[in-house]
Design a binder for this molecule. Structure first.
Ligand code: SF4
Length: 254
């Protein structure tokens, strides 16, 4: 299968306003190579949840989150949007915050962006229900899909950190500015860091374009956001296969 044929597998027609704004910040210092064995590593902040505040299970986390009133978003949400996918997945994907469809359904990434995310993963043989765990940085929808505030992100972060600890993924994918800022630091810009591996808390982390950005940029030309994402998902799939001990099936144009 050619790149063109495989990219067409995650093609969607843009039909709704993007939910997430791309980061505008520039990179301070970023890794210089995509290989995880590179010598240059990002000094992402080491963070953890105090043991006394840890959850015994994802069910316990979910129950607490669904009753959470810790930040102002509790007063405007319909549902708390905690998770979807496989709780034992090797790949964990972090978005920004629930949009309208997510707020109504209680599931992350179920709108147009979510459909595109599924197609992107499917294009390299990954199933969002079996191979990945999906969550957001902030669990409740900000009014009018605005970007979550610093207070909201910080207040909700213990849930995210606990999801990471309990799912224990080998690979974390950051989509959009908010998850990038929350996990790797605030001076990073997605256009500079996407497609690069970082080491964070003993895990591999890669920022990628948010699907909503791809919906706004339909070009498949070399160097376009969609083309770059196609390169990224191939790298991610190869690393995933390496981690689970399966030899990658390399496409002729890979
Ligand atoms: S966004 Fe997070 S911290 Fe705020 S109310 Fe919802 S679950 Fe609680």
């Amino acid at each position: 299968m050619t790149d063109k044929e495989q990219m067409s597998l995650f093609d969607l027609t843009p039909s709704e306003a993007p939910v997430t704004e791309l980061p505008k910040a520039s990179v301070g210092k970023s890794p210089s190579a995509q290989k995880t064995t590179r010598s240059s590593k990002t000094a992402a902040p080491a963070v953890s949840v105090p043991v006394a505040e840890q959850f015994a299970s994802l069910d316990a986390l979910r129950e607490t989150a669904c009753n959470c009133q810790k930040c102002p978003l509790a007063s405007t949400r319909t549902n708390v949007v905690v998770e979807r996918g496989d709780r034992t997945a090797k790949i964990l994907i972090i978005g920004e915050a629930p949009g309208e469809q997510e707020d109504l359904s209680g599931l992350p990434f179920v709108g147009k962006s979510g459909q595109l995310l599924d197609k992107i993963l499917e294009s390299v043989g990954l199933d969002t229900n079996k191979d990945v765990y999906v969550c957001n940085t902030v669990k409740c929808r900000p009014p009018n899909n605005r970007v979550p505030t610093e207070i909201e992100t910080t207040t909700c972060k213990p849930y995210l950190l606990e999801q990471i600890r309990l799912v224990d993924p080998k690979i974390i994918l950051l989509t959009g500015a908010t998850s990038l800022k929350s996990i790797l630091g605030e001076k990073l810009g997605i256009t500079k860091v996407r497609g690069k591996w970082y080491e964070w808390e003993g895990r591999l982390v890669m920022p990628i374009f948010h699907p909503s950005y791809l919906l706004r940029n339909q070009s498949r030309e070399q160097g376009s956001p969609k083309w770059l994402t196609w390169q990224d998902v191939k790298v991610i799939k190869a690393k995933y296969l390496e981690i689970i001990g399966t030899e990658p099936v390399v496409d002729e144009e890979f």
